[in-house]
Design a protein around this ligand. Structure first.
Ligand code: SF4
Length: 373
């Protein structure tokens, strides 16, 4: 397998969070590494990370890279550290650096949004559809919901700060009505919506999924939403767009859709490198690289077996997936969802759901194309 450069650097600006969401893959699943790491990334680690990214850009003649500020809750680093981080990267890296931040929205007040706009940092907000659904999951440590704070921030983003409005990220809860969830999100006029399956695997199954059972609750939920969206796609839904790209013979830019390899590496607050946050939620050992920005170039990470496994495409899938009629579209789902307690040589724990959704979309598009012919 050929080592490819990284294009997306997930920078863990802050390792703690001011919310206690019940499905959080950082705090509620297997990875406990955050307890031993500093709360925020130090200026020295920021500088070394930027220098390593700069060297990676020069080595591979990259013209553009993406830096995703992540956490915990990344905005907990505060405005001064945030501004310094962005300026250090922009000064060091000889390529266009696209910045984005994935936030829970609770710290997005007007001064913070003004700073993010001035720095050109796009803002993605995690929000779970209707107020009831949001406050069921996305709670403060005292158990109270965060909806009111997030709604205020989203109105500001949707109006005055639209140029830096990146989109919304919603974790699917099959107890909620899919159309109501989508329409609730649309009230904030997002440029794009991402729907994410709750993280889990064969040994720690996601809610409502019995590993190996033929039922497809997530598949049915997504099919119902797809049908609503497909006849009037007024808001971009990245999952459906990327699946349609692959159904129509193109490529997906979204990890976990099709056979597109991951282009991402994670820098933790202490400067250590991880393969993927989501992978750490299943198997912290599988995500660890043993590398550190103080000592190691990103090229050393690019040839590690754990990184190559994330980028192996069809060859990295189980025999069941390789024989599957929808493998080119499904891609076996996210690798973290294939973990069975000892390895990844399985289909996704969401296999029946992914099969239901992908076959439905393929048949729907084929019928439309046949009608046009
Ligand atoms: S539908 Fe199931 S078997 Fe087919 S590629 Fe996806 S995870 Fe693998």
């Amino acid at each position: 397998m050929e080592a490819r450069p990284f294009h997306q650097f997930v920078v863990k600006a802050h390792s703690r969070c001011n919310l206690a969401c019940d499905y959080c893959y950082v705090y509620e699943l297997a990875d406990r590494g955050w307890r031993d790491r500093p709360r925020s990334m130090s200026p020295a680690v920021v500088r070394h990370t930027a220098e390593r990214v700069a060297r990676h850009v020069r080595t591979h003649a990259l013209t553009e890279v993406e830096v995703v500020l992540h956490g915990g809750e990344p905005l907990l680093i505060g405005p001064a550290a945030l501004e310094s981080l962005v300026r250090v990267f922009r000064a060091a890296v000889p390529a266009r650096v696209r910045f984005s931040v994935q936030t829970n929205g609770t710290l997005l007040d007007r001064p913070m949004l003004e700073l993010l706009r001035a720095l050109g940092v796009r803002v993605g907000v995690s929000v779970d559809g209707s107020p009831e659904s949001h406050d069921r999951h996305r709670v403060r440590p005292d158990g109270t919901g965060s909806w009111d704070a997030v709604r205020t921030a989203l109105h500001l983003l949707a109006d005055e700060f639209r140029p830096v409005y990146g989109g919304l990220l919603c974790v699917v809860d099959v107890r909620d009505d899919p159309v109501r969830t989508y329409e609730s999100l649309r009230e904030f006029t997002p440029p794009v919506v991402d729907f994410l399956l709750p993280h889990g695997n064969w040994s720690a199954p996601p809610p409502g999924r019995v590993p190996g059972a033929p039922e497809a609750p997530y598949g049915e939920w997504l099919v119902e939403l797809f049908e609503h969206w497909y006849v009037a796609p007024e808001t971009r839904v990245r999952l459906f767009e990327e699946l349609l790209n692959v159904v129509l013979g193109g490529r997906s830019g979204l990890e976990g859709v099709g056979l597109t390899p991951s282009a991402q590496i994670v820098v933790e607050t202490d400067g250590s490198l991880s393969v993927s946050d989501i992978l750490a939620s299943s198997s912290p050992r599988a995500a660890r690289t043993g590398l550190h920005v103080l000592r190691d170039d990103f090229d050393r990470a690019a040839v590690l077996p754990a990184v190559l496994a994330e980028r192996a495409g069809l060859a990295g899938l189980s025999a069941t997936c390789r024989k599957c009629p929808v493998v080119a579209v499904c891609g076996g789902g996210l690798r973290a969802h294939r973990f069975d307690g000892s390895g990844f040589d399985r289909p996704s724990v969401y296999c029946p759901d992914l099969f239901r959704l992908t076959t439905h979309m393929r048949e729907r598009v084929a019928a439309d194309l046949a009608a046009l012919a």
